[in-house]
Design a protein around this ligand. Structure first.
Ligand code: NAD
Ligand code: DAU
Length: 364
């Protein structure tokens, strides 16, 4: 009998931390949170649950097979949810190697250990093979589908993969491995492909938090190229609710697109952000934040448009996002304005000092 524990990888990052906070605060069971704490992992995202016995944090790499085997045997999870990844497209352009290591090789090692764990469940209970209770849920991205023209229909689950950046190529590779482990070994897997997230705890290398914090600091708001590239924005809590729903009711071996029907050009996103800041925290010189917008050289290979068709998730699993872009972006701006200590520690790098001090010699 499986217990009510889940293992989450990458749960100290932006989406993973939101997911773990929601899960533990809703009392859904114990979370074992395995995270390497790269530059993107921040334990300050999890301070609200640091004393909660239903959150067990383990610093470690998804590529560490011995550690994975130990955690799976010890905690006997009913599910493993894989958020861990190198996630920033620009970083993948400057240095793809970490992306290959974590997103491809790391996911492979994770799959191998999860397969071995699942085989042990089947050996103990043959009914687990025909009617699996265990789940491996892989969190992926819409970027695997490549780019759209202005008139193309939105990505569906049957759109061909055509990744264009080293980041999206490694995510596509990991998606294919997950698919193959289901097809070949029968591993009970689910995959979600989500559009661009935004919300609390978003690391300020990504467009929205970068521009938000630059605006408040009086710095330029860098817009790549003409700013007319389109992304499809989803509030992070809605992504988390979709993952919970797919985990609960998704059909094994299937993929689910996750999105909120919120296509917007980058320049429009930043103009909306500026309008909210003008209202909530006006510049001391009386000028408008829009004046800080600065067009800069474009990202190499920049995908022009992403758009998610989330019909399958809505129709088959009755999922709907709770936020529109307008409500979600306002909540996001308010969160950053109300969490200045988090912002300070992230922008100064102070959170890394704390991690180094706290975890020196404690790596699993
Ligand atoms: P993030 O960069 O904020 O967090 C990634 C986390 O993974 C960090 O805590 C990091 O320390 C950890 N990590 C990295 N390498 C690891 C390793 N080898 N072993 C263990 N932990 C490791 O990323 P995010 O934006 O929260 O994205 C989470 C997942 O969701 C990723 O798989 C990403 O591809 C996917 N995704 C992100 C978005 C988005 O808009 N941010 C949209 C769709 C899908
Ligand atoms: O679509 C889902 C993906 O969304 C996730 O898989 C990725 O992990 C996540 O990082 C995100 O990728 P993007 O490249 O779309 O996000 P980013 O915030 O880096 O950029 C959003 C858009 O804004 C993109 O068109 C590039 C542009 N941009 C970005 C930055 C950092 C700028 O114009 N200026 C910037 O300074």
């Amino acid at each position: 009998m499986l217990n009510n524990t889940i293992i989450v990888t990458g749960g100290a990052g932006f989406i993973g931390a939101n997911f773990v906070l929601d899960w533990v605060n809703a009392d859904l069971g114990t979370v074992v949170n395995l995270d390497k704490l790269t530059y993107a992992g921040n334990l300050e995202n999890l301070v609200d649950i640091q004393d909660n016995p239903h959150h067990i944090f383990i610093r470690g790499d998804i590529g560490n097979r011995a550690l994975l085997a130990k955690l799976l045997a010890e905690y006997k999870p009913r599910a493993v949810i894989n958020f861990a990844a190198e996630s920033h497209v620009d970083r993948s352009i400057h240095g793809p190697e970490d992306f290959i290591q974590t997103n491809v090789v790391g996911t492979f090692h994770l799959l191998e250990e999860v397969r071995s764990y699942w085989n042990s469940l089947v050996a103990a209970n043959p009914a687990e093979k025909e009617n699996p209770q265990f789940r491996f849920l892989h969190v992926s991205t819409d970027e695997v589908y490549g780019t759209l023209s202005a008139t193309d229909p939105a990505f569906t689950e049957t759109t061909s993969y055509a990744p264009n950046s080293p980041y999206s190529a490694t995510k596509a590779a990991s998606d294919h491995l997950v698919r193959a482990y289901h097809h070949t070994y029968g591993l009970p897997v689910l995959t979600t492909n989500c559009s661009n997230n935004y919300g609390p705890y978003h690391f300020p290398e990504k467009l929205i938090p970068l521009c938000l914090l630059n605006a408040l600091a009086g710095k330029p708001l860098p817009i790549y190229g003409d700013g007319q590239q389109i992304r499809d924005w989803l509030f992070v809590k809605d992504h988390c609710s979709a993952i919970r729903r797919v985990l609960e009711a998704g059909k094994l071996g299937e993929t689910y697109n996750v999105g909120g029907w919120n296509e917007k050009a980058n320049l429009d996103v930043i103009n909306i952000l500026c309008q909210i800041l003008n209202e909530l925290q006006p510049r001391s010189d009386g000028k408008r934040y829009e004046e800080q917008i600065t067009f800069v050289k474009d990202r190499p290979g920049h995908d022009r448009r992403y758009a998610i068709d989330a019909t399958k998730l809505e129709r088959e699993l009755s999922w709907k996002p709770a936020e529109t872009f307008e409500t979600g972006i306002r909540k996001t701006v308010e969160w950053y304005l109300n969490n200045q200590a988090w912002v300070h520690n992230v922008t100064t790098g102070e959170y890394r000092n704390w991690v180094n001090q706290n975890y020196a010699g404690r790596t699993a």
